[in-house]
Design a protein around this ligand. Structure first.
Ligand code: ASP
Length: 332
């Protein structure tokens, strides 16, 4: 308890945005109540498309809206953008030319919903939310997810845009599956938010690794891997090579490390260290791997860490919306 209190106090002192009311008031005979205010609302999301997504989320948060609504609204921006090649409509297909989408969502009460390998639906995040709110299950995949989406009134659409189809046909000539770090053959939007009422939620959505095997799932639709929220502690989301994030149950680990008193950046850093260690143990080349985590705690402090340089994330709070380069492990 003492450690946790010390941590909260240090956190408040180390961040200009956090105020410890009465903490230093004149000593009086009756003990003063110490109230630590959070930096809220706040939203953060992965990569530079996070900037636009944050704007949409902020519309909700700044009007006292729920973090859950904010993260859904936010990630729908890149999902609906046909020029984004790694999320939703316009996403790159699998090796069979099929656009298969993965998404999950988690709220402050640990309600969860997820869809994986979903085709023809532009906004998989909203289908994930419907799984959460309208079914007794937490995850639907493939045809079952599509059937459910259609039953809920979602429209069936062709998500493979001309440009992506052309690139895929080009790729077919060699059919060499080799994800390259930090180029747009993968990239997920993960978004986590703390609302004005102090509640946390998160959403994560992607078309996954381009030219993956049909049926391949990454971390993004898996609660605990690509996303995790614990309303008492904080939230985390991930991007990069999903296989590596799943291997360490990445986002759950980040949140557990925050529970132990780590700052969001320390928690992300230690989680990346786990990826680094397992990669070495498995005698794989770390240079071929990119994994990035972003995290937010209950006080509105945030941070990120990734394997190698090039990963950035967007943060929107009352001071504005900005893009931040993540700290990283692999310095040549
Ligand atoms: N994590 C995603 C996946 O493995 C891809 C990415 O974020 O780049 O499907």
């Amino acid at each position: 308890m003492t450690n946790r209190r010390t941590f909260l106090k240090l956190g408040a002192l180390s961040s200009g945005a956090l105020i410890a009311n009465n903490a230093f008031s004149h000593i009086s005979s009756s003990p003063k109540k110490v109230t630590i205010q959070s930096n809220k609302p706040i939203v953060l999301s992965t990569w530079n498309f996070g900037l636009k997504a944050n704007e949409a989320a902020w519309e909700v948060l700044s009007k006292n809206g729920r973090a859950l609504d904010a993260v859904e609204t936010g990630v729908m921006v890149p999902e609906g953008d046909p020029t984004e090649r790694s999320v939703g409509y316009g996403g790159r297909p699998d090796r069979d030319g099929r656009v298969t989408l993965d998404a999950c969502i988690m709220d402050e009460q640990a309600n969860i919903g997820s869809v994986a390998c979903l085709e023809h639906i532009k906004h998989p995040i909203s289908v994930a939310r419907a799984v959460m709110e309208k079914t007794p299950h937490v995850m639907l995949v493939g045809d079952g997810a599509l059937q459910f989406a259609l039953s809920q009134g979602f429209k069936k659409e062709n998500l493979l845009v001309e440009e992506s189809e052309k690139e895929w046909k080009e790729w077919l000539k060699n059919s060499n599956y080799k994800p390259i770090v930090n180029i747009e053959n993968h990239d997920t939007i993960g978004m986590i938010a703390l609302d004005a009422n102090g509640n946390l939620s998160g959403a994560c959505t992607t078309s996954g690794m381009a030219y993956k095997m049909h049926g391949r799932l990454g971390d993004s639709p898996i609660i605990g891997a690509g996303l995790y929220v614990d309303n008492e502690i904080g939230a985390a989301t991930a991007t990069g090579h999903g296989e590596e994030v799943i291997r360490i149950a990445g986002c759950h680990l980040v949140v557990e490390l925050m529970r132990q008193g780590k700052t969001p950046e320390q928690a992300c850093k230690e989680t990346v260290a786990r990826v680094v260690k397992l990669t070495a143990n498995r005698k794989k080349n770390l240079k071929d791997i990119q994994v990035g985590f972003i995290a937010l705690n209950k006080q509105g402090e945030y941070g990120a860490y990734c394997v190698q340089g090039g990963f950035n994330y967007a943060v929107h709070d009352s001071t504005g919306n900005k893009l931040i380069n993540s700290e990283y492990h692999l310095h040549e």
